[in-house]
Design a protein around this ligand. Structure first.
Ligand SMILES: Cc1cc2nc3c(=O)[nH]c(=O)nc-3n(C[C@H](O)[C@H](O)[C@H](O)COP(=O)(O)OP(=O)(O)OC[C@H]3O[C@@H](n4cnc5c(N)ncnc54)[C@H](O)[C@@H]3O)c2cc1C
Length: 449
């Protein structure tokens, strides 16, 4: 069994040079994941001179560990959106994501990208709450998108039905990224240490840019922006099994501890075990996911296992737009809530329109400067509570070496025994057993282990 994403075994993306000399460009994009690469492609297509700076390798972040379902069905969402924001905003959200989904197909056809792109139905199922599904099906239909409530699916366990939306898609993320990144100027192993005005300082050189797009998954600049107070990270786990029947569709659970499923070639990918980063419980992680895999697919074999995390905002919308009113030439892409495929394409559309001076009808909906509804207050207070707890525990540990502290803001780290990693429950940074940095927003490892 391999402890890496199945895509990594199937695609090798050629290495790029490290930035060793100072450069000047119109746009610098920081981060070569799905969001950064697509945004850079759009900007270059519109005639901008673009340079991409990547701390590690192209697609080495969350994008290399995604399950790459490209769908407008983002879990149990549209009933909540309509009730919280009204029909117009919910309809704009679904339309914007539909446009993003269609653009994948358009690029893949135009550029003849061989990345196993398939149009398939997407199912939101539940094992316990049919009422929830009825509400969601009617919410989606009221937004003008055909959807049906079905009872019969290919799931190997009992459930109370599923909301089906036809014509969604899945692909192989690294093969797609490999082709999309071919014509871009990308510097790998080039870590951005700071951004000040139009100057970016990397570990070996400096970049001067008219516009700067921060597509580092979790924003790496604390102030201005305050993104560390506006979202948290959630980790999920994936297994690739051999020996299962091929699924004609993608499945996602509306229940708290449910699993998601899709096929890739001869493999069945099962995702789940989610928890707030730094808060692994017995009912989460690989242990919980493996129990389900063994129960539902007892004859199958685990071939790969991996995990990843994503940023969860307080109001269900990602942050796509100006980083802060104090830096109108900086842009941010973050907060995808595990729906980063359509959201990355959306980000590329929105940010390239902003930089090229074109109006985009969805600008305000995803703007990081939007006003939050009262309903988002609960999530804000939960995240604040976690941060205060983590920071005060961290402060008490200053003179002790028993519990290490995060290099981001000093919060006390928690041990994840299933992954053998130190994790920050406040903002989601992660470190190896010896203190090496694995996930941002921290920019450095921890030396005093
Ligand atoms: C288990 C799991 C399954 C998922 N499945 C789906 C799915 O089926 N469908 C879907 O729509 N979404 C899914 N998602 C969400 C999706 O994978 C992510 O939202 C998306 O990949 C994020 O892309 P990104 O470009 O923002 O981030 P990343 O891919 O993480 O890219 C950010 C890049 O920035 C670089 N970077 C960071 N700091 C610096 C620095 N200081 N200097 C330079 N570079 C830096 C990193 O190395 C990285 O390469 C899933 C998420 C998880 C956790």
């Amino acid at each position: 069994m391999k402890r890496e994403a199945v895509w990594k075994d199937h695609t090798i993306i050629p290495e790029r040079e490290t930035l060793l000399e100072n450069v000047t460009t119109e746009v610098a994009v920081i981060g070569a994941g799905m969001a950064g690469i697509l945004t850079a492609c759009f900007l270059q297509h519109h005639g901008k001179h673009v340079v991409v700076l990547e701390a590690d390798r192209i697609g080495s972040g969350q994008t290399g560990n995604t399950t790459a379902k490209i769908t407008i069905q983002h879990g149990f969402l549209y009933d909540t959106l309509i009730r919280t924001y009204g029909k117009k905003k919910a309809a704009d959200y679904i339309r914007a994501n539909q446009q993003a989904l269609n653009l994948y197909e358009q690029f893949i056809k135009e550029k003849q990208i061989d990345c196993n792109f398939e149009r398939l139905p997407s199912y939101l199922y539940s094992v316990e709450d049919r009422e929830l599904l009825i509400k969601e099906a009617s919410a989606v239909a009221s937004l003008g998108v055909p959807s049906r409530l079905v009872s019969d699916t290919k799931l190997p366990f009992e459930h109370v039905g599923a909301v089906c939306i036809e014509d969604q898609a899945q692909l192989e993320p690294l093969r797609f990224l490999k082709e999309m990144s071919k014509e871009l100027t990308i510097y790998e192993k080039t870590k951005v240490l700071s951004v000040s005005g139009h100057k970016i300082t990397t570990d070996r050189a400096e970049v001067q840019a008219e516009y700067i797009v921060i597509a580092t998954h979790y924003p790496i600049i604390n102030l201005p922006g305050f993104y560390f107070m506006r979202q948290h990270q959630e980790r999920s786990y994936v297994l690739a099994l051999s020996g299962a029947d091929r699924l004609h569709g993608m499945y996602y659970s509306a229940d708290k501890d449910g699993i998601s499923l899709r096929s890739f070639g001869d493999f069945l990918l099962i995702g789940g075990g989610a928890h707030r980063t730094g808060k692994l419980r017995g009912s989460c992680g690989y242990t919980a996911l493996r129990q389900k895999a063994e129960k539902y697919y007892p004859t199958c074999k685990e071939e790969y296992c991996w995990s990843a995390q994503d940023c969860i905002t307080h109001d269900n919308f990602p942050f796509i737009g100006r980083y802060s009113i104090f830096r109108p030439y900086w842009y941010v892409i973050s907060g995808f809530k595990k729906w980063g495929m359509t959201s990355s394409m959306l980000a590329a559309m929105l940010i390239s329109d902003e930089i090229c001076g074109r109006k985009n009808p969805y600008r305000q909906l995803f703007s990081p400067q939007r006003i939050y509804p009262v309903a988002a207050a609960k999530n804000f207070f939960i995240d604040m509570g976690e941060s205060i707890k983590g920071l005060s525990e961290g402060a008490m540990q200053i003179f002790s070496k028993e519990t290490p502290r995060c290099s981001h803001m000093g919060c006390a780290l928690q041990w994840n025994p299933q992954e053998k990693m130190w994790e920050c429950p406040c903002h989601g940074s992660r470190f190896g057993e010896e203190g090496s940095l694995a996930d941002n927003p921290a920019k450095y490892g921890i030396k005093h282990f």
